[in-house]
Design a protein around this ligand. Structure first.
Ligand SMILES: *Cc1c(COP(=O)(O)O)cnc(C)c1O
Length: 356
């Protein structure tokens, strides 16, 4: 029996699940993970925090993860408090919950591609119609064009991604403001890579106090090196948090996850210490590829999008043949590489020599 033999929803027929190929190669630079394992003292702190929960696992966890939301508010600053924060198992779940509350059947969500491929998939899963508007050919987004798309489609939700995955560049705050002023519905700014932004790149957090329908989505999966811990969160007006509590599963965030994430946030200086080193490797990749004559998108993230020309699948395979796994994001002629350790950058830059 196959999927299509099941009485599955019509809109899921013929679809394939999200997922980058996880191949067992020496250098894995395909999913924008933080390449650095957690330092020993952080491992110990998280271990203790989790241990302290074990005896009480007969009880349900704090449904509203209040203690965790409090430390996340403190981390973000900008005058935010517990009531402004919400957390779930990854920012993917946070965004799914937002779609459950503000999207759904008969409603629409609009995003500007190329962008994070999970946004349309989360819309699909929640029965929200996806409207795929486009960025400019240089991957920028012009405020007037963005506003024109909103006027044309009048979506219930807008997804903006800044710094944008897979192109790497942060949005001009002018674009976000223009969208916020025109949008009727909820505007989600996915800032999964905010901690890697180049100096002088403001976060949309600065706009929260003036825009009650703005939601800024963050994650511990990238800069914090906590992808396996599964913790995403958002900051928004307290009413948005209350709306999410209508759709979230009770006890969605386990006591172990909450404890581990609280301990990780408490150790944030040690965890975020890798960010500068990763940014150095990112800038080195951008610089070196440009010196070699490649077109490279500016990056505010922990990855770099570069143009290989022709069929990018061939270049992707050539790098894989040399033990370097990067990402074909389905953008004709372009590939994306995660910035990792200096040794990983060496291996990637050496492997790309064979492409020219
Ligand atoms: C990696 C990434 C995320 C992270 O998702 P989690 O569920 O928090 O691991 C979110 N948004 C974008 C754009 C990403 O690239």
């Amino acid at each position: 029996m196959r999927i299509d033999d099941l009485p599955i929803r019509d809109d899921l027929r013929g679809k394939s699940p999200y997922g980058a190929p996880q191949l067992d190669v020496a250098v894995r630079l395909n999913t924008n993970e933080n390449s650095y394992p957690l330092p020993d003292d952080v491992v110990e702190a998280i271990g203790k925090a989790v241990q302290a929960e074990l005896r009480d696992l007969n009880r349900y966890p704090d449904r509203d993860a209040v203690a965790l939301r409090t430390v996340l508010a403190d981390y973000l600053g900008h005058g935010l408090t517990t009531d402004n924060l919400w957390a779930a198992n990854g920012s993917n779940e946070v965004q799914q919950q937002l779609l459950q509350a503000f999207g759904g059947p008969g409603r629409t969500a609009l995003g500007f591609g190329p962008s994070y491929s999970m946004h349309p998939l989360l819309a699909l899963g929640t029965g929200t119609e996806w409207i795929g508007a486009l960025r400019d050919p240089d991957f920028g987004l012009d405020p007037d064009k963005a506003v024109a798309e909103l006027a044309k489609h009048d979506p219930d939700l807008v997804f903006l991604c800044s710094p944008n995955n897979p192109t790497g560049t942060a949005l001009d705050p002018e674009v976000i403001t223009a969208v916020l002023e025109r949008a009727r519905g909820v505007v989600i700014v996915d800032e999964a890579y905010a901690e890697f932004a180049r100096a002088g790149t403001p976060s949309a957090l600065t706009l929260l106090s003036e825009h009650p329908r703005l939601v800024v989505s963050r994650t511990m999966s990238k800069a914090f090196g906590f992808a396996g811990g599964r913790l995403g969160y958002f900051a928004a007006h307290p009413a948005v948090v209350e709306a999410i509590q209508l759709v979230r599963l009770p006890y969605h965030l386990s006591a172990l996850t909450q404890a581990a994430a609280r301990a990780a946030v408490a150790q944030r200086d040690a965890l975020l210490a890798t960010v500068e080193a990763i940014k150095e490797q990112r800038d080195r990749i951008v610089r070196t590829l440009r010196e070699r004559g490649y077109r490279v998108a500016d990056s505010d993230a922990n990855f770099v999008l570069f143009e290989v020309g022709g069929d990018q699948k061939i270049a992707w395979q050539r790098l894989l043949d040399q033990g370097v796994l990067i990402r074909d994001v389905g953008l004709p002629g372009w590939l994306r590489v995660t910035a990792g350790t200096p040794a990983e950058t060496d291996a990637f830059l050496q492997a790309t020599e064979a492409l020219k």
